[in-house]
Each structure stands twice: as structure tokens, then as C-alpha cells.
Design a protein around this ligand. Structure first.
Ligand SMILES: O=C(O)CCC(=O)C(=O)O
Length: 316
């Protein structure tokens, strides 16, 4: 269970706490952040879109500074994370590899959830009002292994229902094939939900559960190389993964996972993953609407501002 509120727990704030991002208040101010019909169509076809600018250089620097501070947190601060995984092979520093819950810990990662370019694109790709499900950090230090094996996100999220989720991946470094950028398999979001085959270790474990046609499509995988501050968005069933960082610099990324504002807990018979032992409390068949799942975009409220329909996905 998640620890009760500490004075430093930023999840008590269901709104931005600083002025890192100016919030649009009119249709005109939202306009520059809006995805086009073509981008929506591309997402429908491929299960992802890429190249969306979310952060400027200063904002990236601020988040990287906060990220560095995660290496020296007190135990109490550390307990705010839902999950915190260091890579033991990197001893003595035990460098952070994967974490969930950064938004509870530092103001920049908290307010990132309200970055306008993220909020508008996510609304269009969700097709309705949505909440935070959780955030994540994926850090690959220089010259480091750290593959993230091929997977579909929703195969780890079946303790929620129905499936109406979205992932926004934001680079905190320029990402390249050499430093372990993300890869996508276009069209794999139409494959249905596949069995879980693991996130670490064998990059290609998923191949054991693919049929011949899927294995052939797999060969079309696309390297999602991006400048820092830019994002890609993917469907909860899109197959993705990333190889090792062979470069002499770190490869860091932050991820925002969203869900329909009416998503329910789906806990009957569900064995909690060890990795999520300190995930916020959920109740079977009840909406995930506590302070840990803030409403990030209220379509009814925001759409009043628009005279014309905005391009939106019909999410299946
Ligand atoms: O950043 C990575 O290497 C993996 C990211 C990922 O798996 C995700 O965003 O779901």
C-alpha cells in the first residue's frame, strides 16, 4: 500500500504547482498544440505518432536536474515512488534504471503532467477526458546494457478496465539507435493482447508468442530517433522496446501513461505484480479517481472554447 501523505507528497496537488507551463485558456491558445487530421490518421494506422515537441531546452534541463537528485533522496522521499529500480550491475552508484511515481516527488515532474502540448495531443488520441494512470522514468547510463524487451503496455495493466489507455514517451536526451532509442512495430496495435514475456533480459522473448505473419511484420520495426524534449505517443497494444545504450552518454526518458477518466479497478483474482506492490489503492469495479489519478483533461470544460470540432480519434 502506498504510504499515507507525507508533507512532501506532491500528489495532494491535482493541478500545476508552479509556472513551468502556461496553461492555454482560449481556443486560439490551444490551437498551436493541436494534432492534424493526418497525424490522427497515422496513429490509427500505425499505433503511434512521433515528433511532437513537448519541452524546450530549459525545461529538459530542469527535469534532468531533478532526475539527478533522485540518486540522493531520503528514505521517506524514496517511499513516494510506486516503484524504484536501480541497476545493481552499475554499483557503487546503483544508477536509477526505472521508476514510477516521480510526479509525487519533485515539482518539475509533477507539473510535466500539465504540459499543454502533451495534454492536447493526448486528448485527441484518447478521444475523451482522461486521468493520469502513472508516470515512468527509463534511464540508461552511458555504455550500459539495459534493454527494455519488446512488449505491449496493456499486458502489464490488466488490473484496470476497460482498455482505454495511452502512452506519451518524452526524451530527456537526444535518442539514437546507438544510445538505445525506442523502436515501434507499425500496425502491431491490431494484434490483440499477447501473453506477457518479460521486460528485461531477453529482448526478443516476445517472438516466441508471435505467429508467422506477425514475425514478418516485426521486420518493419521503426527506430524512434528524436531530439530531446520531443515525444511519441503510442496505443496500449503497440509492440515496442529498446536496445542497449552503447554510447558514451546517458539516454534518459520520462513517460506519462493516461487512462479514460472512468477507468475501473479490475482486481478479481488478480495477483499483484511485485513491482507494483506500492501502487495506489484500487478497488475492484470502482473508478480510479483518487488523488493519485488526477483528471488531466476535462473535455467538457475545455471544448466549450472551440467553435469547430477538433480532430479526434475514435478509440477502439
Ligand atoms: O524508454 C524505453 O526504453 C522504454 C519505454 C517503454 O517501454 C514505454 O514507454 O512503454
Amino acid at each position: 500500500m502506498i504510504p499515507s501523505h507525507s508533507s512532501s507528497d506532491l500528489s495532494v496537488h491535482g493541478n500545476p504547482i508552479g509556472n513551468m507551463f502556461k496553461q492555454p485558456s482560449t481556443a486560439e491558445e490551444w490551437e498551436p498544440y493541436m494534432l492534424s487530421e493526418e497525424q490522427i490518421a497515422l496513429f490509427n494506422k500505425n499505433g503511434f505518432i512521433s515528433g511532437i515537441k513537448i519541452l524546450n531546452e530549459e525545461q529538459v534541463d530542469l527535469l534532468n536536474k531533478e532526475l539527478a537528485s533522485f540518486q540522493s533522496l531520503t528514505d521517506q522521499e524514496r517511499s513516494l515512488f510506486y516503484h524504484y529500480d536501480t541497476n545493481e550491475s552499475e554499483d557503487p552508484d546503483k544508477v536509477l534504471f526505472h521508476a514510477l511515481g516521480t510526479w509525487r516527488v519533485t515539482p518539475g515532474f509533477h507539473d510535466l503532467l500539465w504540459a499543454p502540448a502533451f495534454r492536447m495531443a493526448a486528448y485527441q488520441l484518447m478521444g475523451r477526458s482522461y486521468r493520469l494512470f502513472h508516470d515512468q522514468l527509463f534511464c540508461k547510463p552511458a555504455l550500459h546494457g539495459g534493454v527494455v524487451a519488446w512488449h505491449q503496455d496493456f499486458s502489464y495493466w490488466t488490473f484496470t478496465k476497460p482498455m482505454h489507455h495511452l502512452t506519451c514517451w518524452i526524451g530527456l536526451d537526444d535518442t539514437t539507435k546507438e544510445n538505445g532509442c525506442l523502436y515501434y512495430v507499425p500496425g502491431s496495435h491490431k494484434w490483440g493482447l499477447l501473453p506477457v514475456t518479460g521486460l528485461t533480459g531477453d529482448m526478443d522473448a516476445v517472438r516466441t508468442v508471435l505467429n508467422e505473419e506477425q514475425l514478418a511484420i516485426f521486420e518493419n520495426r521503426i527506430a524512434n530517433e528524436l531530439p530531446k524534449g520531443y515525444a511519441s505517443f503510442h496505443h496500449p497494444l503497440t509492440m515496442h522496446g529498446s536496445y542497449s545504450n552503447y554510447s558514451e552518454s546517458p539516454r534518459r526518458a520520462t513517460v506519462i501513461n493516461t487512462m479514460d477518466h472512468l477507468t475501473l479497478g479490475n482486481l478479481a483474482g488478480y495477483e499483484r505484480l511485485d513491482a507494483l506492490a506500492s501502487f495506489p489503492e484500487m478497488i475492484h469495479d470502482k473508478p480510479l479517481d483518487s488523488q493519485f489519478f488526477p483528471l488531466l483533461f476535462d473535455g467538457d470544460k475545455e471544448l466549450e472554447k472551440f467553435k469547430q470540432n477538433i480532430p479526434m480519434i475514435d478509440f477502439k
